[in-house]
Design a binder for this molecule. Sequence first.
Ligand code: HEC
Ligand code: HEC
Length: 259
Amino acid sequence: MGRWLRRIPVFAGFAVSAVAALSVGRMPVGAQQDLVARGRDLYMVGCVSCHGTDGKGTVAPNGERRGTDLTNAGEAGAYYMLSTGRMPLNNPDDQPVHREPAYGDDDIDALVAYVASLGKGPRLPRVETSNGDLQEGGEIFRANCQACHSASGSGGALSYGRAAPPLSKATSEQVGAAIRSGPGQMPVFGPEEITDEQLNGLAAYVEYLRRPEDPGGLPLGRIGPVPEGFVAWGVGVPLLLAAVWWIGSRSPARARRSR
Ligand code: HEC
Ligand code: HEC
């Protein structure tokens, strides 16, 4: 019995490393190395002019920085910039904006793997909106995101002439990538602030903001004030009208007329 008890840590160790291998590796080591190598080739063509061979950024002859240090951008930072078409920039002074990506999905995967291999940046969280708690997501949004992106997610102006973009185009993966990497003036939200589980609900809420016009099928109480408003209109207003009618029917004028 004692011998078995002493083995528990060993089994636990196995379980932990198996889970870690599944979640970190996701693919055999060889394939991962190929992906990184392919990403490096793409990087040397499309990114090196601004970010440098070591990924630490370059400085133009006039002394201005051309690209930032991306060695700790991680999977999340690279996926954010590439999947939203923000990178590659044409001009280092342009504000990166969401547009059609310059690379296909496979090339993005390769570039993301390469950038991630340069340092210890945040990983890209897997987001499952169907597992999310929409109500909690709404609370997190109002507490952490609304100040910049507005209550409806339509974005807003920030200082220095920059803007927080509208959230109407971002996929749930991009919501996860933005939160973990904190692009531009957006703060980083690590797993201590917003857990992967809470992220599911938050991404579901960002998705929900895009179609608030059809909340009919959603159960009451899951998404806060919106369905309650509908209840007010659907139940409260008819009750009020009934009360008005009842009072009216007892008024002297009405009583005289009906005599
Ligand atoms: C014309 C110059 C230029 C090119 C080319 C370029 N970048 Fe950038 N990159 C920048 C600048 C400038 C920033 C900082 C953007 C900002 O936030 O205002 C940046 C930021 C980034 C970041 C975010 C770094 C961080 O701190 O999180 C990543 C990741 C990135 N670039 C990846 C790439 C990749 C991958 C390519 C090639 C496909 C590329 N870039 C091509 C100029 C460039
Ligand atoms: C201090 C202001 C600020 C706060 C707070 C903030 N953001 Fe952002 N967010 C930004 C800015 C600025 C950008 C654009 C950064 C860039 O790429 O240069 C951005 C970009 C994004 C994008 C990318 C949109 C697209 O179409 O590509 C998403 C998604 C996003 N934010 C979600 C969130 C969520 C969710 C929260 C709350 C957890 C949040 N942000 C909190 C300022 C903010």
